[in-house]
Design a protein around this ligand. Sequence first.
Ligand code: ATP
Length: 347
Amino acid sequence: MSEPLLEIEDLTIQYRTDQGPLTAVSGASFTIDDGEYFGLVGESGCGKSTLAKSLLRGLDDNGEITAGSVRYRGEEIHEYGEREMNEKLRWKEISWIPQSSMNSLDPLQRVSEQALELAEVHTDLSEAAAREKFRDLFEVVGLPKDRIDDYPHQFSGGMQQRAIIALALFLDPSLIIADEPTTALDVIMQDMVFKYLDEIKEATETSLLLITHDISVVFESCESMAIMHGGQVAETGDVVELFDSPRHPYSILLQEAFPDIRHPERDLAVIEGRPPQSMGDVESCTFADRCPWAVEECRRSAPPLEEVAQDASGHHRAACFRKDEVLELYRSEGAPPVDPTSEAPQR
Ligand SMILES: Nc1ncnc2c1ncn2[C@@H]1O[C@H](COP(=O)(O)OP(=O)(O)OP(=O)(O)O)[C@@H](O)[C@H]1O
């Protein structure tokens, strides 16, 4: 098998706070291959943005990677200095589509000027060639070519977000990180942005790391995914595999919490409780207190992320001591009420 584009292994990220170190990401692992669309899903506060920001060294000042590694095409990128990050990685190899275009387009510059600056720093393109390339990309994202010289305020929110996608594509990056790219948009615009992301997939070799709380978007747009809970990767693998045969209780319940076109009549499940905020090292399953199938072992140690079966991509893994039995239990008996004092069952 060829080398993955991005390989995250056992990544732990903490924030210094007045109450001590807060662990936002704990032992996270997954890989993204060339050309792959990968979804990172989970509730608010589960650590998605922290993980994504760490990839481009964009963590807040009080955040730090305390363990694990991030390899990009086999190279440990956290060993790069700030200059190497700018010269080798940012925009050129990995670009970023933020949650809201408001903070990322300079309101005082024409959109084309922002592209031309990137071209000047990172390419040998003449100004005319760079403008032509940007005009073409406007077309790819469904914006009129002759609007590249507009200022951001001349665009609607949806158009601004598409202009950012054009900027993100401008240097032909191998990976685009999109952090809730449609949160600030209305439903119609959300659909359009995803339509353009789908078209980009057809037209380019770019990989996408799509961060969202909406599992159904990932099922529709991505090939692989990771589901996070409380800073841990609960499950990762091929989307079809996770859709048909989820192995982590959180993945099972999360799927039941979103509408499914196969079962439109179904009542949507509610996952009781809130995700935990972990101070210090994480030494248990962060889902244990919300899990209908938790046993004592889940509170004594953190379950490792282990392979459950061969899927199309060969990396379906789940972090649950009961990963080989919960789906069957759920299908035969439903989810029992959560019992915070549960003892280990007879096995
Ligand atoms: N600068 C910071 N200092 C302290 N704690 C932080 C900081 N930034 C984030 N956190 C905490 O880290 C945890 C993970 O936050 P993060 O924003 O990564 O989650 P998320 O899954 O991206 O959430 P959302 O979907 O709401 O953006 C949360 O408990 C959050 O409160």
